[in-house]
Design a protein around this ligand. Structure first.
Ligand code: ATP
Length: 508
C-alpha cells in the first residue's frame, strides 16, 4: 500500500474538520491530477518541522514560527485543536479558510503551502509574514504619511481586485489581518470569515441558512463593518471596499472613522454614516474615503455597479501608482523588527509537536507579555508607612482624580494633549506609584486608559511642549500646553529609575 492509500488514524475520524494532508500550490482547485501527485510527494507531518516560538494567537488557533527540517525554510504554522473546533462548531469556518487559501494566488496574500493533520490537530503551513501586523505599525507610529498611505492603499486595492475577481469576500479586512512580509509588502490573511459568492450562486450552499440562524451576530470587526451587514446581514464584495475606506481614513488620520464607547454606539454611527474628517486630512484622500464609505453598497467606488476597479485605480489619490509593478517597488516603510534573529530559536530542538515543548513556548508568551519584575524595595525607605498613608488620605480628600488611580499615590499630574495622527485629545495625565501612567478625560471624568509600564518604557522630550513615551508596542505623542514637557520626562525617568534602575548596593 502506498503512503497516500494507507488510512491514517485521523482520516478515519468521521468529524474530521479538513481532509488529510495535501498541498495547496496556489494554483486553484481545478488541477486535480497534479494536485494528487503533489500530495504523494509533499505529504507532511509535524515531525518534519521544528517549532520555534509562538507568533500569534487567534480565537481558534495558535500560530507558530517553524522551520522545515529538510529545507531549512521558515513558515508560520497555524495549529487548530480539532476537539475545540468541533465543540465550538467552527468546522465550516476552517473548511472555508482552507478553501479560500487554495483559491488565491497573489503576492499580497499569505500563501498556504501545505495542510496536514494528526489525531488531535490540524496544521496550516503558511508563508511567514516576518514583519508583523499593520496594526502594530499604526500603534507605534500613530499614523502614516501621505506617501505611505498611498502606497499601501494601492497594495490593498490590488489585493482586493484579485480576491473579488475570484468571487471571494474577505469580510474581516482590518489592520490586524494585514501583515508585512520580509520586504514590507503586505500579506493579507485570516479567511475564517470569508465568503465564496460564486460557489454559493452555483451550489446554493447552506451558508445563508446558517447566517439566518445567527441573526444577532455579525461577521467582521465593529469599526470596519459595513452598514448592510448590520441592517440586512448581507455582504457584498463592496463590504470590503467600505472596510478599505475605514482603513485609509485610519492610516492617514490615526483613528478609525466610527468610534464610540461600545459596539452599539459604533454601529449606530455606521448605519447613519456619521463620521467627520479631522483638520488637515488630504483632500484627494478625503474624496476617495467619501466615495468608499457610502451607505449604498452599489454606490461605492470600485464596485461592479460603479464600473469595477478601473475608476478606483485611476482616482486622483492613487495617481502615479504603477499598478503592474507594485511588488517590485520599494515600500516606503521601514520594518520595526529589523534585527530580529531567529537562528537561536531552533538550537537543540527535536522536530515535531511535542506537548511539553509546546506548553513551554506558550508559557513564554505569557511571561513575555507581563510587566517586568520591579524591585519596589529599592525605594521603600523613602518615607515611613505612616507618612505614606497620610498622603494617601489627603489625596483622597483633595484630589478629584483620586478615584481613577486605584489608591496609588500621585507623583505628578497635569493636562496634556494626547495626539494620534491628526487627532488630539486633552487628558489629565497622572503619574503614580506602582508605577502607573493613567490618563483621564477631564470633561466627562472617565478613565481612558494607561500607558503600560515595563523596563522598555522610555520618555523622550522633543521640545518644551512635545514629549514622547516609547513603549514596545506604541509610542505615545504628548503635548504639554503649558510647556512643561521636560519636567514630565524628568519625572517619568525618575520613576523608571526607582522601579527598574539598578538597585543600590548598601555597604555595611
Ligand atoms: P481571529 O481570532 O482573528 O479569527 P485566527 O484564529 O483566524 O484569529 P489568525 O488571525 O490567522 O488566527 O492568526 C493569529 C495571529 O497570528 C495574527 O494576528 C498574526 O499576528 C499571527 N499570524 C497569523 N498568520 C501569520 C503569518 N502567516 N505570518 C506571521 N504571523 C501570522
Amino acid at each position: 500500500m502506498s503512503e497516500t492509500q494507507r488510512k491514517s488514524p485521523s482520516s478515519q475520524e468521521p468529524s474530521s474538520p479538513v481532509p488529510q494532508g495535501e498541498r495547496s500550490d496556489g494554483q486553484g482547485t481545478d488541477n486535480k491530477m497534479s494536485k494528487r501527485s503533489s500530495m504523494k510527494q509533499m505529504k507532511k507531518k509535524p515531525e518534519d518541522f521544528l517549532f520555534g516560538k509562538v507568533i500569534g494567537e487567534g480565537s481558534y488557533s495558535t500560530v507558530f514560527l517553524v522551520k522545515e527540517v529538510s529545507t531549512g525554510k521558515e513558515y508560520a504554522m497555524k495549529v487548530l485543536e480539532k476537539r475545540f473546533i468541533i465543540k465550538e462548531h467552527k468546522t465550516e469556518y476552517v473548511h472555508r479558510e482552507k478553501e479560500v487559501f487554495a483559491m488565491i494566488n497573489h503576492p499580497f496574500f499569505v500563501r498556504m503551502y501545505f495542510t496536514f493533520q494528526d489525531m488531535d490537530r490540524l496544521y496550516f503551513c503558511l508563508s511567514y509574514a516576518r514583519r508583523g501586523e499593520l496594526f502594530e505599525y499604526l500603534n507605534k507610529m500613530g499614523s502614516f504619511s501621505l506617501e505611505q498611505t498611498r502606497f499601501y492603499t494601492a497594495e490593498i486595492v490590488s489585493a482586493l481586485e484579485h480576491l473579488h475577481g475570484k468571487g471571494i469576500i474577505h469580510r474581516d479586512l482590518k489592520p490586524e489581518n494585514i501583515l508585512f512580509g520580509d520586504n514590507m509588502h503586505i500579506q493579507i490573511t485570516d479567511f475564517g470569515s470569508a465568503k465564496i459568492i460564486k460557489r454559493e450562486v452555483q451550489n446554493n450552499t447552506n451558508e445563508d441558512s446558517n447566517a439566518g440562524r445567527r441573526r444577532n451576530s455579525f461577521v467582521g470587526t465593529a469599526q470596519y463593518v459595513s452598514p448592510e451587514v448590520l441592517t440586512s446581514k448581507t455582504t457584498y464584495c463592496s463590504s470590503d471596499l467600505w472596510a478599505l475606506g475605514c482603513i485609509i481614513y485610519q492610516l492617514l488620520g490615526g483613528l478609525t472613522p466610527f468610534r464610540g464607547r461600545h459596539e452599539y454606539e459604533i454601529f449606530q454611527k455606521i448605519v447613519k454614516v456619521d463620521y467627520a474628517f479631522p483638520e488637515g486630512f488630504d483632500p484627494d484622500a478625503r474624496d476617495l474615503v467619501d466615495k468608499l464609505i457610502q451607505l449604498d453598497p452599489t454606490k461605492r467606488i470600485g464596485c461592479e455597479e460603479e464600473g469595477g476597479y478601473g475608476p478606483l485605480k485611476t482616482h486622483s489619490f492613487l495617481k502615479g501608482i504603477k499598478w503592474d509593478d507594485l511588488i517590485n517597488q520599494k515600500p516606503p516603510l521601514e520594518p520595526l523588527n529589523k534585527n530580529r534573529d531567529n537562528d537561536n530559536l531552533y538550537k537543540d530542538l527535536k522536530p515535531g509537536y511535542d506537548e511539553m515543548h509546546i506548553s513551554q513556548l506558550l508559557c513564554k508568551v505569557e511571561v513575555d507579555d507581563k510587566t517586568d519584575c520591579m524591585h519596589e524595595e529599592s525605594f521603600d525607605n523613602m518615607m515611613t508607612e505612616q507618612e505614606h498613608s497620610e498622603l494617601i488620605e489627603k489625596q483622597k480628600r483633595e484630589n478629584i482624580y483620586h478615584k481613577f488611580v486605584e489608591n496609588h499615590l500621585v507623583l505628578k499630574q497635569g493636562l496634556v494633549d494626547k495626539k494620534r495622527g491628526l487627532f488630539s485629545r486633552r487628558r489629565m495625565m497622572l503619574l503614580t506609584e506602582g508605577p502607573h501612567l493613567y490618563y483621564v478625560d477631564p470633561v466627562n471624568m472617565v478613565l481612558k486608559g494607561q500607558i503600560p509600564w515595563s523596563r522598555e518604557l522610555r520618555p523622550e522630550a522633543k521640545n518644551f511642549h512635545i514629549f514622547y513615551v516609547h513603549t514596545p508596542k506604541r509610542t505615545y505623542y504628548l503635548d504639554d500646553p503649558d510647556g512643561y514637557a521636560l519636567e514630565w520626562v524628568k519625572s517619568i525617568q525618575e520613576v523608571w529609575d526607582r522601579y527598574f534602575g539598578t538597585p543600590k548596593v548598601v555597604k555595611k
